[in-house]
Write a protein that binds this ligand. Sequence first.
Ligand code: 2P0
Length: 324
Amino acid sequence: MNKSITARAHTNIALIKYWGKADPKLIIPQNSSLSLTLEPFYTDTTVQFLPTLDQDQISIDGQLLTNVAGLRVREFLDLVRQRAGIQTFARVASTNHVPTAAGLASSASGFAALAAAASKAAGLELSLPELSRLARRGSGSATRSIYGGFVEWQKGHNDADSLALPFQENIDFDIQMIAILLDPRPKKVASRAGMAQVVATSPYYAAWPPTAEKDLLAMKAAILKKDLNLIGQLAETNAMKMHATTLSANPPFTYFEPETLQAIEIIQNLRNNGISCYYTMDAGPNVKVICSAKETPAILAQLRQHFPADHLLVAKPGPGIAYI
Ligand code: 2P0
């Protein structure tokens, strides 16, 4: 106890999306999902439980969080304290190497790193599946960031069996992503609020869980076949089915910006010219391109004619959590 522990977790982008909760408190999803962990985007989090503190002290990128902004982190620390049987407050310092709240899932790497650092600092020795379950309580997408490569979050039915498992940690074929940063501002509708609104009001939502489960099975087969085109097609269709539920919510909303549609058109044009590239989008306007490393230079050359070079981030598959 009182040891200072630092953990690193990489973010992930879902190829088959998690969208909608069956249990909002425990964060049990309505459908299983599958993601790719990315190498260049990660969060480093240091946690130390200190008897001298009279409240949790939480900073992100050097900025001390107010009580309101830090609520989700403090509630998460309460879970860890409960499990470890301690009452000590903690000092938490987190550094994001992810554009925060820009649709690159900083909550995924953030809560995965926090789960790993806080549990170990509290004296718990959790297995990776147990860490995945714990990270899930912070943020759904964090469930998957415990592992590297392709990761499946099996929705399960309850707190004990809703967790992620590696599907393919060491990827032996050519696949990566290009993130196109279109809007660095925090998103207009947070994913948590957005998916709740969709579940509550969209008449199309009922079609989502069964179609996502079908897509997941097809995606796993495509990965095993190392079929980049099929992986891309399935990811693209799955993402757009998810986004269709926001337009049909009441009130309706969308994560698309005009530049989002522009980026999609560029990808479609590249594909019509024989280059294998596909798009996916999360709860924000940014577009992620699924492609091979081999064809990345040709794709970048085209994208640079429309977007600033420093808004185009190439991301290879990344590893699971590590203590540093
Ligand atoms: C995903 N997203 O599978 C989906 C696709 C966004 C769109 O997981 O409420 O921040 O913390 O569980 O994990 C983003 O939602 O939501 C997300 P909470 P989270 O990556």
